[in-house]
Ligand binder design. Structure first.
Ligand SMILES: C[S@@+](CC[C@H](N)C(=O)[O-])C[C@H]1O[C@@H](n2cnc3c(N)ncnc32)[C@H](O)[C@@H]1O
Length: 251
């Protein structure tokens, strides 16, 4: 086997950094191709796997190479408490676009309209993975595969289709856009093929998405409160979809 540092350098430019044990665990569970993984304490990482993730223990045993602390520190921007890091091959855009375009869908697509906060985007990808959403699409300049988003997503970018698209290229399906001025979501059934659109943290929904939306929905909120955080709005909306007995793709 080649030196892990040589493999790391060979993949670093194009690969996705999996920062910490849990990100690596999730990526492996959802089929990521992981060419190199390192740990400052291999035995401790395998013991963690024994305890928390028996399903990927053998895969980790085959993958993990122990490296000294200073070497690990040189590979990651911010050391993780588990001392584990890996590189994964980013899924092809073409495959993600096929997933997003495929109909009929059994679970909604989440659209973030020009999101600005990398942590919010990561939290939304983690939610989408947990609820089994078809994918998360962003418009605007934020890169949903930015390392900080991947860190916030805990390796779950591999569990749902994550891509950036132009507003005019969004997947087909009835669009339900979330806005405090809309109709109360509690009286509405969200179909499996819904496109659920959420506005930017700063400015809310763009005029383009508003024009494309088939329905505007509001989440219950006291009048004195202006809005909820973006990721919590996505959480409530996906929960609302999943709570309907007719939601086929819900966990
Ligand atoms: C932080 S809010 C945007 C606040 C922004 N200042 C504005 O003018 O709308 C981000 C997004 O979360 C969703 N959201 C927040 N609170 C909501 C509510 N009560 N009902 C429906 N959507 C909400 C909307 O999609 C909103 O565009």
């Amino acid at each position: 086997m080649t030196d892990p540092l040589i493999r790391w350098r060979a993949h670093a430019a194009d690969a996705v950094l999996l920062d910490g044990f849990h990100a690596l665990k999730h990526a492996l569970r959802f089929g990521a191709e992981v060419p190199v993984a390192v740990a400052t304490d291999r035995e401790a990482a395998l013991a963690l796997a024994e305890h928390l993730a028996g399903d990927v223990r053998d895969a980790l045993d085959a993958l993990l190479t122990e490296v000294p602390g200073p070497v690990y520190d040189s590979l990651v921007p911010r050391p993780h408490p588990t001392g584990v890091a890996a590189l994964a091959v980013r899924p092809s855009r073409a495959a993600n676009l096929r997933t997003l375009a495929r109909t009929p869908r059994t679970a909604p697509v989440v659209v973030l309209d020009d999101p600005r906060n990398l942590g919010n985007a990561g939290a939304v990808i983690r939610l989408a993975a947990g609820f089994g959403a078809t994918g998360v699409v962003t418009t605007g300049t934020l890169d949903p595969w930015h390392p900080t988003v991947v860190r916030g997503g805990a390796g779950l970018h591999f569990a749902t289709a994550v891509e950036r698209l132009e507003a005019g290229e969004l997947p087909a399906g009835p669009m339900f856009a979330l806005d405090p001025e809309g109709e109360d979501i509690r009286g509405v059934t969200l179909p499996d093929d819904a496109v659920l659109a959420f506005g930017s943290e700063r400015t809310g929904l763009s005029a383009e998405l508003r024009a494309r939306a088939d329905h505007l929905l509001r989440l219950p909120m006291r009048p004195q409160v202006s809005s909820y955080n973006l990721a919590t709005s996505v959480a409530m909306t996906l929960y609302h979809w999943s709570a309907d007995p007719g939601a086929h793709g819900a966990p």
